[in-house]
Ligand binder design. Sequence first.
Ligand SMILES: NCc1[nH]cc(CCC(=O)O)c1CC(=O)O
Length: 315
Amino acid sequence: MTRVIRIGTRGSKLALAQTGIVADTLRATGAEVELVTVTTPGDLSSAPISQIGVGVFTSALREALLRNEIDVAVHSYKDLPTAPEDGLVLAAVPPREDPRDALIARDGLTLGELPPGAKVGTGAARRMAQLRALGLGLEIVPIRGNIDTRMRKVTDGELDAVVLARAGLARVGRVDEITETLDPIQMLPAPAQGALALECRAADVDVEHLLASAADDESTRVAVTAERALLAALEAGCSAPVGALAEIVEDLDDEGAVVERISLRGTAAVEGENGGVDMVRASAIAGIGEAEKLGRELAAELLDLGAGELLGPAL
Ligand SMILES: NCc1[nH]cc(CCC(=O)O)c1CC(=O)O
């Protein structure tokens, strides 16, 4: 392609790192690319995400695409609303980073080593409820801000620990400061955590083909499709207290041949008034071609267990 491809990005260190990966991938095909920084309401406000609204990090990038100011939008997939945007296509899902959440605690401590009353910072309702459910007597402190701001609260001594996505830390080169990577049995990550979503205009078939051929990762797409289908079927959005993790596992078919299947776990967890947590959890497994259906079916199972009542007030 002879045209210069304009890649839209947010200006945060994490967003620039993510966009850099995509830019390098496209340059490797010989494409010429330039980066265009787009400021989003999520970057300007420090109010809780639940108060700013849906798509705080992603809408401005989508609008810039529709206004033809950029050709590719690089999103953190977990921040993308489940509803598709008219005129845009999700052209590629690049290889995912480790999807798990991570603890960064003072003195190298793990979750289990934090004393009762320890202050743990997180802004996500999903992380708050799952932390609370561990029954460790932690004091959960709502925080916001970029990775550096959150980490500084631990180094400053304001908090004993913070919980962040391991993927974000990996992308900005700070995994060394993680004191524990949280087992999904304790803390299921957000649907699509650690994955990127590359959007372009539906009419821009050249860019769509370039993204699909150069940047798409089939296994990641299968996994996030299952996780996002679960989220959508719960009629929940990216700030809902819903965790989901799909993994591609090797299994044996009826003839004993090795086949790949998708193993999906899901949870909805909400803090009650009495300091307790209402939580439902379930898991299911299906064939590699059934990601969407698996997500919907596991959501139906969670709804049977009461996820609807539980999430009702939280949405
Ligand atoms: N909601 C903010 C956000 N969006 C994507 C990431 C991290 C990278 C990722 O999950 O892909 C983060 C920060 C965090 O949750 O720690």
